[in-house]
Design a protein around this ligand. Sequence first.
Ligand code: C5P
Length: 309
Amino acid sequence: MLSVVPLPVIVRAPSKVNLHLGVGDLREDGYHELTSVFQALSLSDDVRFADADQLSVTVRGDDARAVPTDRRNLVWRAAELLAERAGRAPGVAITITKGIPVAGGMAGGSADAAAALVGLNELWQLGLGRAELSEIGARLGSDVPFSLHGSTALGTGRGERLLPVLARDTYHWVLALAKGGLSTPTVFRELDRLRAEGSPPRLGDAQELMHALASGDPHALAPLLGNDLQPAALSLAPALRRTLRAGTDAGALAGIVSGSGPTCAFLCADAEAAVAVGAELAGAGVCRTVRIAHGPVPGARIIDHETEH
Ligand code: C5P
């Protein structure tokens, strides 16, 4: 009998920055109640899925050595979950080309998991809808539904319940990547500790920020960016204060720690300003490397073979 081997599928999945990350109290299940305005950025991972006898994961690109290639990798678990759902063996060779910093606070692991859901849905012709993929994604990690959704969105609950947010125009960002990573659970625990000791200021609601996003003016958005995890990330990695200062000194409109850090994200007035800020930051010796990105961009999506990183 003639068996047809499906062609490999390549999926591009975006990173994210939290424009507003309000962290509420610790819940009984160990998670914090969040109010998060996410924006998906052009800095992305490409993930290739090819038919194979066995499940395997290979990682290439920046930081590849820091990424596990076994069951600890979310793509592995995504493949197992989808295979179980489809009643088939999880035979697939997965190759991740990293562009998103590892343990950087930019949802790199979640991006790969989202890519796996989209890619395997296609490779295995499962016909699952976006809502079903998102529900499976939420079981893998709080940020996975957003990595599927992309654009700009308001997340509540663990961050997994999403509503689209209108963001006019494109925003230009410079990202300062740090030498090491920070573990997300450790940063949340540090925030709990700081809160038990005193009361680091908490963000208000995100209404004003959402109005600024609808206006499309980065100058209006800049002073409203905020992250409740920032004091915790700075407490664990004090050198980031210098990085943040260097970015605004270089001409960025504002700088924040991205999610749980340690990547710092700088909002710039336009594409030209981002190039200038990026060049100055790269020379300032306050980070490992610098990337320029824009957002919003779409969530995890299939791309042509020619456009793969
Ligand atoms: O959902 P995910 O596995 O990505 O979360 C990683 C960790 O981040 C959790 O185990 C928890 O420590 C912390 N977290 C949290 N509250 C959230 C999301 C994540 O405390 N809403």
